[in-house]
Design a protein around this ligand. Structure first.
Ligand SMILES: [Zn+2]
Ligand SMILES: [Zn+2]
Length: 279
């Protein structure tokens, strides 16, 4: 199993591998910059090299960067969309510099302009970013959403629409957040096989490159993005067993984003072990 959690970078990028292994992880996710600010401080060569060196030293598999929460590639406002595009491009270059190939981002929100317009804007900007970073390997990884407000990308149809619009499919992937999927109306408790068969047949198994492993604080289908500690929310034990023993996801990294963060991850790992699953 490839499992990690979202980690803070307060001790520097180079420390992340050691912190992850200390918790019992073999991967992790992080922000390469303050996720609530547009500006970013350039990454110096030394700390990038240290990160890459320590990833190898600690045998880290498939780490990910989560992009800024401010990005909205689907915004109907030209200036907001351009600002998002520049920040997105910066995120791709930072990921490449840090040796990270999975860049997870929220597709965006239509802000009243309608879902199709937003999806078309997202596709256009993803194609543009891929074109502008042709020589890079970073995968632009779209995260499914809970469908709160005017946010797009909560249904498999919308995610497939994005996939279909991308010219270079080798440069994209999808990250399935289990809390978001459940909140968006996919009943992972009752219909595990049906739901994942649908995701796989619409997106392709190899397009699913990551999971956000979160329990759901609200009950089913409320379109609310509120994570809970594993075992403390509305997702069932059976669901976690199904997901964590599904051979299709053996090599797909799972990142925890549970509310207690680094303090709470040992409890999440314990929950998994108590299901009888070896980590
Ligand atoms: Zn996210
Ligand atoms: Zn979330």
């Amino acid at each position: 199993m490839i499992i990690g959690g979202h980690l803070s970078t307060k001790e520097g990028f180079g420390k992340l591998p050691e912190i992850a292994v200390g918790i019992g992880f073999n991967t992790y996710q992080f922000f390469s910059k303050n996720q609530m600010q547009w500006k970013s401080k350039p990454i110096d060569d030394k700390s990038a090299q240290e990160h890459i060196k320590n990833m190898e030293k600690f045998n880290i598999i498939k780490p990910a960067i989560h992009a800024s929460y401010l990005l909205n590639l689907g915004s109907p406002e030209d200036s907001k969309r351009e600002q998002s595009y520049s920040a997105f491009l910066d995120e791709i270059l930072r990921a490449e510099k840090l040796g990270v190939e999975i860049l997870i981002f929220h597709p965006g929100a239509h802000m009243g302009s309608g879902t199709k317009k937003a999806l078309d804007n997202i596709i256009e900007n993803m194609n543009r970013a891929i074109e502008e970073t042709k020589e890079l390997k970073v995968k632009l990884t779209v995260e499914n959403t809970a469908g709160q407000g005017t946010v797009v990308g909560s249904t498999v149809e919308e995610l497939q629409y994005i996939k279909d619009g991308i010219h270079t499919k080798a440069r994209i992937g999808f990250c399935i957040d289990t809390c978001h999927a459940f909140q968006a109306g996919y009943n992972l408790n009752e219909k595990y096989n049906e739901v994942f068969d649908e995701f796989v047949s619409s997106l392709g198994k190899d397009m699913i490159v990551a999971f956000h492993l979160n329990d759901s604080k609200p009950p089913f289908n409320k379109h609310l993005d509120r994570h809970e500690m594993l075992g403390k929310g509305h997702l069932s034990k059976e669901f976690f067993v199904n997901l964590l023993t599904d051979p299709r996801w053996k090599d797909v990294p799972l990142y925890l984003e549970t509310p207690e963060g680094e303090e709470g991850y040992p409890k999440d790992l314990d929950f998994i072990r108590k299901l009888g699953i070896k980590i």
